[in-house]
Design a protein. Structure first.
Length: 78
């Protein structure tokens, strides 16, 4: 394939690789052109999903709970 002589911007892309661009690619009449492009492996993305669960302590109201007396609070747990 022949391309008209001019100044081009070359963009190279492939699955699994980062897109590479090279500006100011000059093509001239009857002059072969070789352009070396280094392809870099594309970075991977990680998705972390955090699921919130119902708390084990009721912080909304006193509808669910236990009453403690002073002796139970003062006595150390075993």
């Amino acid at each position: 394939m022949q391309v008209p002589p001019a100044t081009y911007e070359l963009t190279v892309s492939a699955s699994g690789f980062a897109t590479q661009k090279q500006s100011h690619v000059v093509l001239m009449v009857s002059t072969p052109a070789t352009i070396d492009i280094s392809m870099r492996v594309a970075g991977t993305a990680s998705v972390v999903e955090v699921i919130d669960t119902t708390p084990m302590v009721n912080t909304q109201d006193a509808s669910l709970g236990h009453a403690f007396n002073g002796d139970q609070i003062a006595k150390p747990a075993l």
